[in-house]
Write a protein that binds this ligand. Structure first.
Ligand SMILES: [Zn+2]
Length: 143
């Protein structure tokens, strides 16, 4: 892919693993999103329909990212949230695709999750537009 960005998000992360290891342990779609800044096709993630109480965690390292209480239906076909869990994610400026966007990644392993846009609902006005393939859902009542 010519549009693939080779640069990693700035900085180092508590969890850093060789690329071959990520490739072996993640599903192909999770690897493509988390480690290669891919974007899943809208409407394809089962997490779009997830409405139970619980926590969305990083598919790469298990880091808690979003509380289900902050999820909302954005109509985009991607799981959307108005606020991340404290310390769950980090952001960098993404200048790919001739746009300036704010990229969102896991604060623990640096895996790419999606982007955040300033057109979300109250109380934050933020729309964390996430790839479902980059996350797993842990239902509250099962833990
Ligand atoms: Zn992670």
């Amino acid at each position: 892919m010519s549009l693939f960005r080779k640069e990693k998000p700035a900085g180092h992360y508590p969890v850093e693993r060789p690329d071959a290891e990520w490739r072996r342990e993640l599903s192909p779609e999770a690897y493509r999103v988390l480690r290669q800044h891919g974007t899943e096709r809208p409407g394809t993630s089962p997490l779009n329909r997830e409405k139970r109480p619980g926590t969305f965690v990083c598919a790469g390292c298990g880091q808690p990212l979003f509380d289900a209480a902050t999820k909302y239906e954005s109509g985009t076909g991607w799981p959307s949230f108005w606020q991340p869990l404290e310390g769950g994610v980090g952001t960098t400026t993404d200048r790919s695709f001739f746009m300036v966007r704010t990229e969102v990644h896991c604060a623990n392993c640096g895996g790419h999750l999606g982007h955040v846009f300033p057109d979300g609902p109250p109380p934050t006005g933020q729309r964390y537009c996430m790839n479902g393939a980059a996350m797993r859902f842990e239902a509250a009542e099962q833990e």
